[in-house]
Design a protein around this ligand. Structure first.
Ligand SMILES: [Zn+2]
Length: 68
C-alpha cells in the first residue's frame, strides 16, 4: 500500500488550526534537535491546535480502511 504522508496511513489527518503557528512551533522543536520528525510534528500540532479530518483528504481513506 502506498504510504500517505498526510495521515501516516491512519486515515485521520491532523490539520493545524493555525498553519503559521504550526510552522513556527515545528521549527522551534526541530531546532532543539532532540525530537524525531513524528514527535516534532505532534508537539507543534498541540501548540497550534488541530482538527481531526476523517477521512483523510489526500488518500480518501478512513481508519477502518487502514485496519484491513
Ligand atoms: Zn491519508
Amino acid at each position: 500500500m502506498e504510504y500517505c504522508i498526510m495521515c501516516d496511513n491512519t486515515g485521520i489527518y491532523l490539520k493545524p488550526d493555525d498553519e503559521e503557528d504550526y510552522d513556527k512551533a515545528f521549527d522551534r522543536y526541530d531546532h532543539m534537535g532532540i525530537f524525531n520528525h513524528e514527535e516534532t510534528r505532534i508537539k507543534a500540532l498541540r501548540d497550534s491546535g488541530y482538527t481531526r479530518i476523517n477521512p483523510c483528504p489526500r488518500c480518501h481513506k478512513s481508519p477502518t480502511d487502514y485496519k484491513k
